[in-house]
Each structure stands twice: as structure tokens, then as C-alpha cells.
Design a protein around this ligand. Structure first.
Ligand SMILES: [Zn+2]
Ligand SMILES: [Zn+2]
Length: 189
């Protein structure tokens, strides 16, 4: 894989599946040198996304992901809370942060050539690939922007959450459509 941001997005994806991976396995899977893997991991370490451990790597705990704390949302300029942070990376390697999946999904529609989109599972605080996530829209839990959009890695968690706190369980496309509709509605009023 030749493009660094694509490799780095892949590494983060795999770490969600396996918790920890060795540098050697990563080099084989990506078909690159150990040096290249180290360079990718150094960049991800600087961004606070991963942590190197003896010969391998794992995802950094949320507390270490300090970048998310200091950044402002590109859409609403609000603070980016750790538990709802949403990060987009473009194919050119540029990074855009949003405060929560509400702003993140809007941003995702505005930015072209996105290579990875990550947010945080609302229950477990783990990073989730936005493209594979399930969303609960407009529940009673309003932690950031309204209508509230919360993200879950597992559909069953989203359904249980929805039973308790209301709202609607959707996939990515439906969530984006819902947001577009509600913003349209606001400007008409
Ligand atoms: Zn925002
Ligand atoms: Zn927000």
C-alpha cells in the first residue's frame, strides 16, 4: 500500500479488530518495510491514536488522545469532548475534527476524498469506524449538538440504548439524510 494515510487508516482499523499487533505482522499485511511501519506508527503515536508496546502497537486509551481535547470543531467551533470526538482524515493527509457525530456527519458530506472517519462508541469510549457504525438520532441524551447523534459500534447496543432513551436507530446514510432534513426544516422556519 503506497499512500501513508491509507496505510495508517488500515492499521487503526485492524487494531479495532485485534487490540494489539506486532510491527512484523503489520509490515507483512501492508507489504512494506519495517521502517515504513515504524514511520506510520510514529505519526499515529504523535496524534495520540496508538501506543507502541514492545515490538507491537495498540490503540491509545481515550485519556491519552489529548489532541481531541485541544481541538475545536471545524463546523460549529465548539470544544471537542473526548467521548463524542469525530475525526476525518483526507487522502491528502489533512485532518478535520468535529465535536460530535452531528457535526461530523455534516462535515463528512462537505469534505471530498475522505480516507478515514473515526468517532467514539458512546457506551464503551472506543474508537469506531464511522462507515461501519450505527447511530441513534434525536434521543433524550443531549451531550452536544441538537438533534443529538450518538454512535455505537454494535447494532444491539444502539437498539438497547434507543429503548431507554428514545430516538431513532439508523445507519450512516439514514443519519446523514435525517440531519439534512432537519437543517432544511430549521432554515424554512
Ligand atoms: Zn460541532
Ligand atoms: Zn456537537
Amino acid at each position: 500500500m503506497a499512500i501513508p494515510t491509507e496505510r495508517q487508516a488500515k492499521i487503526v482499523d485492524w487494531l479495532h479488530e485485534d487490540n494489539s499487533l506486532t510491527i512484523k505482522v503489520l509490515a507483512e499485511r501492508l507489504d512494506v518495510s519495517l521502517m515504513t511501519v515504524h514511520r506510520d506508527l510514529d505519526k499515529l503515536t504523535r496524534e495520540g491514536i496508538v501506543r507502541k508496546v514492545h515490538g507491537g502497537v495498540m490503540l491509545a486509551p481515550q485519556a491519552m488522545q489529548t489532541n481531541a481535547l485541544e481541538n475545536r470543531c471545524q463546523l460549529c467551533r465548539g470544544r471537542v469532548p473526548n467521548r463524542t470526538a469525530f475525526t476525518l482524515t483526507t487522502k491528502a493527509g489533512e485532518r478535520a475534527d468535529a465535536c460530535c457525530p452531528h457535526c461530523g456527519l455534516m462535515l463528512l458530506q462537505q469534505i471530498e476524498e475522505v480516507s478515514s472517519a473515526l468517532t467514539v462508541d458512546y457506551l464503551y469510549g472506543r474508537r469506531v469506524n464511522v462507515y461501519r457504525a450505527i447511530f441513534v438520532i434525536d434521543s433524550d441524551v443531549r451531550v452536544c449538538c441538537i438533534p443529538s447523534v450518538l454512535c455505537f459500534a454494535a447494532a444491539e447496543d444502539a437498539i438497547k440504548f434507543q429503548k431507554g432513551f428514545g430516538g431513532k436507530v439508523t445507519d450512516l446514510t439514514q443519519a446523514q439524510q435525517h440531519l439534512l432534513d432537519s437543517h432544511l426544516h430549521m432554515t424554512q422556519n
